[in-house]
Every structure is written in C-alpha cells, then in structure tokens.
Ligand binder design. Sequence first.
Ligand code: AMP
Length: 115
Amino acid sequence: MAETIFSKIIRKEIPADIVFESDTVLAFRDISPQAPIHIIIIPKQPIAYTTEIDGKKDASLLGDLFDAANLIAKEQGIDKTGFRIVINNGINAGQEVPHLHLHLLGGRKLSWPPG
Ligand code: AMP
C-alpha cells in the first residue's frame, strides 16, 4: 500500500489528537471536523480500500474497528443520542486518503441523504 498521511500518524511522525489506540487500531480527531464529534478510526495494517477486505480473513480486524467506534462513541457521550459511521471508498465517494478509515460523526443532527 502507498504511504499516506495516516501512515505517518501511525508512526507518530506527525501529530494527531489521538483518542484511542490498540495493537490493531488507531483513532484520532479529524483535522477538518464536519460535526462536533468527528473521529477517524483506522486499522494499523495497510489496507487502502474496502475492496481489499476479505470478510473471513479480516473478521477480527473489522470487529476491532467497530469495537473501537462503539467505545469511542460512549467515551464521547454520543452513544445514546446516535452517530454515523461512514466509509468513503474510491473516487466517486470522495476518498482522499487511500488508507481504510471509518469516520465517526456525532454531536448534532445529521442530515440524510448525504451529498
Ligand atoms: P476521506 O475523504 O474519506 O478519505 O477522509 C479523509 C479525512 O482525513 C478527511 O476528513 C480529512 O479532514 C482527514 N485528515 C486528513 N489529514 C488529516 C490529519 N493530518 N489529521 C487528521 N485528519 C486528517
């Protein structure tokens, strides 16, 4: 997988406001938040796109990502009010960073459908 800004954040070469870290997952506040709570949750292992995921082989990692999202939502106080988890994949979805990531968005009413 190509080097991205998220690789540098994983290696702590550039600063980030980290809210959660485990052996497999890192989560940090989005630098350009689109909601009062906007956190990026990434696997530490190099996966660029959702199309690289093998549901069976990567089941544990996917579980870790969603466990982290639920834990962070609780810590941030948005587990009861609700939140959105978004994965932008590829060009038409506007994925800017080719390193798989969940956007965890909350803290306000979110409109639907997305643009
Ligand atoms: P996406 O468009 O789905 O690829 O989302 C990439 C997200 O990463 C955007 O919401 C950016 O604001 C965010 N982002 C880019 N660089 C950084 C950074 N250095 N620290 C935190 N968030 C970042």
